[in-house]
Design a protein around this ligand. Structure first.
Ligand code: UD1
Length: 381
């Protein structure tokens, strides 16, 4: 079977790593028959957002780099389609595999579907039911034109069935983010990020929180952004908050002139306040979150990673497409109001992590199931 694997943004690289890993292992053992071509759309391009993550995850150099970069949604989607169509026509794959919910995911799915090439969507069926999120549009449209819908949880299966998707196309395989996390957990223990940030002095780890923030609804509106920062600033009086800053957020901090909310790290001494640092590679970020007292985020993947690690996660959003991280995991939705951010954080700091369990099938074998199903090339529908 000839497949094209598509990636475009940082979370895509983390998800595809586990699938490529399984294909490579099978190849070494002379079994399995997937040959893949890796296409990087270029949606994320900074070395911190792309090259460094590729290296740390030992991902192969992409066979095709489309070099699209950041433009408006319409232009980005259209440009990816134009360039990806040339690759798909040249390669003539049996399947195009896409992951997640970013513009690259949808643009390449649509291109493949129009060429009559089957589409496999990894992480299908997640729904926030909030159509103002660009990702929700990408999820729904990608699922509608996919032939293999690989899901991470039972609510995703239900969502797809409620939308009338043929159940024979739905494959409940588990979560590839977990696979990658399990594979790199040991390596992350050797990361020196805590020492670099002066959080580990003489084997004494300082209590700290981690923050990630990049949703347009949180950082593109100054009032919302300031409200969130006021809540976080009061929490940061109790423990430092380490904030690897996403490029979109960095830009908005400059546009809105919000630099006064952040401290940079001094050469020595424990970090204080909200400490803005450059984006981290996957291994360092995994080490940082795994030792945190709590994590604030608006990312999707981090809600899942904290559930696997058992670290309390406070999600700065009104909704989530990953409700299983709340009903079973360590996640809680706290909205964007500063008083809610402060109250919920204080409660977590007082009570610690609540009881949680890792959701069904988040066992590190999702990629193996995906490869198995694709390899069988069985006619399911
Ligand atoms: C994208 C995804 C989002 C995902 C996130 C993960 C869409 C619609 N959004 O959001 O779902 O959670 O990636 O990080 O696909 N930029 C850089 N360097 C880079 C990449 C981006 O400077 O390598 C800057 C650009 O100025 C750009 C901005 O970040 O304008 C946003 O990038 P974009 O890819 O449009 O969306 P993200 O916010 O990264």
């Amino acid at each position: 079977m000839k497949a094209i694997f598509v990636v475009g943004t940082r979370p895509n690289f983390i998800k595809i790593a586990s699938i490529i890993n399984v294909v490579n292992i099978q190849k070494k053992q002379n079994r399995g028959d997937i040959k893949y071509v890796l296409v990087h759309t270029g949606q994320h391009y900074d070395s911190k957002m792309s090259g460094e993550i590729f290296r740390k995850l030992s991902l192969p150099k992409p066979n095709f780099f489309l070099g699209i970069k950041s433009v408006s949604h319409a232009v980005q989607t259209a440009k990816i389609m134009i360039e990806f169509e040339k690759v798909a026509v040249k390669i003539q794959p049996d399947v195009v595999l896409v992951v997640g919910d970013v513009n690259s995911t949808f643009a390449c799915s649509l291109t493949a579907a129009k060429l009559g090439i089957p589409v496999a969507h990894v992480e299908a069926g997640l729904r926030s039911f909030d159509m103002s999120m660009p990702e929700e549009i990408n999820r729904i449209l990608t699922d509608r034109i996919s032939d293999y819908l690989f899901t991470t949880c039972e609510d995703a299966n239900r969502n797809l069935k409620n939308e009338g998707v043929n159940p024979k196309k739905i494959f409940f395989v588990g979560n590839v983010m977990c696979d990658t996390l399990f594979s790199y957990r040991k390596k992350a223990e050797n990361s020196e990020i805590l020492e670099k940030l002066n959080l580990n002095q003489n084997k004494n780890i300082t209590e700290y929180a981690v923050l990630t923030l990049h949703r347009p609804s949180n950082v593109d509106n100054k009032d919302v952004f300031v409200e969130i920062l006021n809540g976080l600033r009061s929490v940061s009086k109790l423990l430092p908050i380490i904030f690897p800053v996403h490029p979109r957020t960095k830009k908005q901090i400059e546009v809105f002139k919000l630099q006064k909310y952040f401290n940079s790290l001094g050469a020595t001494g424990t970090p204080r306040g909200i400490c803005a640092i450059a984006p981290l590679n996957y291994i360092d970020f995994l080490r940082l979150t795994s030792k945190a007292k709590l994590v604030f985020t608006d990312s999707g993947g981090i809600q899942e990673e904290t559930t696997i690690l058992g670290i309390p996660c406070l999600t700065i959003r009104e909704n989530t497409e990953r409700p299983v991280t709340i009903t079973e995991g360590t996640n809680e939705l706290i909205g964007t109001r500063s008083d809610s951010i402060r109250t919920k954080a204080l409660s977590v700091l007082k009570k610690g992590s609540r009881k949680f369990k890792v959701p069904k099938m988040w066992d590190g074998r999702a990629a193996g199931r995906i490869v198995e199903i694709l390899t069988r090339k069985k006619q399911y529908f």
